[in-house]
Write a protein that binds this ligand. Structure first.
Ligand SMILES: O=C(O)CCC(=O)C(=O)O
Length: 277
């Protein structure tokens, strides 16, 4: 992450990484989605939460299971989980050993409803936190939204309240429902291949989709290696684990403690003992 990117991410809670994926990678992912288009589940118009301004005439589409698809359709998504376009950004925000928590495709056709504005830094949520300390940023859940189609200004789609990841006071429901202070929100315009990197505790949601073309966004969720939103009982790697590259395997793990940022070499002994177990 460059110094400018760190500055912008710290101040706003998100960053747009232009051209993170090549046009060939975007085309391969779109071809795979086209092939599985019958698996897109249209939601029951439930995300706007009865907002007067976010309501649409149809629900948003959700597509899952891409990492398990047969070849070649799984490949573009497996490549996305550890992609050179943003892996170093994730390591900067989450530390080495960061974990993949999930991946899904969001689709929106013309008239699709928006999503009320959720999260925000208040109240504190350990798994979705943001902290600046020791000269660096520490994030909880952090997402990469890879755009598979263009989002022009005014089309709708992902929007956020920049800076809200550092909120201290509770946000009113009227703001969350996009009834008031709409001018404070930002709809993020992006091209296919751009990646929107944002910390989950940034208050974010979706504006209704008004463009003719279909919105397609791959949302990939990560967290620090020590954090997990789920996992009770035993953890076992997914069935496709052995087919992954080393870099892809590295983001799939059960939550695990790391001595990553301990300054003193006295900790080294414990780290070595842990790795021998
Ligand atoms: O990209 C979007 O439409 C927002 C998605 C979102 O907020 C979510 O899935 O939690």
């Amino acid at each position: 992450m460059t110094e400018e990117e760190k500055y912008l991410f710290d101040v706003h809670g998100y960053l747009v990484i232009r051209g993170a994926l090549s046009s060939e990678e975007v085309a391969a992912a779109n071809a795979a989605v086209d092939h599985h288009a019958d698996k897109i589940k249209i939601r029951p118009n439930d995300l706007a939460h009865k907002s007067r301004t976010l309501t649409g005439i149809i629900g948003r589409g959700d597509l899952a299971g891409m990492l398990e698809w047969g070849k070649p359709h799984c490949d573009p998504f497996r490549e996305m989980i550890a992609h050179p376009g943003y892996s170093s950004h994730l390591e900067c925000l989450l530390g080495p050993g960061f974990r993949l928590e999930g991946l899904g495709v969001i689709t929106m056709d013309e008239g699709a409803e928006g999503f009320w504005f959720h999260e925000g830094g208040e109240p504190m949520d350990r798994s979705r936190s943001y902290l600046y300390r020791n000269g660096r940023m520490y994030c909880g859940m952090t997402n990469v939204a890879v755009q598979l189609s263009d989002v022009n200004p005014g089309d709708g789609g992902f929007a956020c309240l920049p800076g809200s990841h550092k909120a201290n006071y509770p946000c009113s429901d009227e703001i969350r429902l996009y009834h008031t202070h709409q001018d404070r929100f930002l709809q993020i315009a992006a091209k296919a291949g751009d990646a929107i990197l944002f910390v989950e505790c940034l208050m974010h949601g979706t504006l209704p989709w008004v463009a003719r073309h279909q919105r397609r966004s791959v949302i990939i969720r990560y967290n620090s290696g020590v954090m997990a939103s789920g996992v009770m009982g035993t953890w076992s790697p997914p069935a496709f684990y052995d087919d992954l590259t080393d870099a892809q395997k590295a983001v799939i793990s059960m939550p695990h403690y790391r001595y990553e940022d301990k300054g003193s070499k006295l900790y080294k002994k414990y780290e070595e003992e842990d790795s021998e177990e």
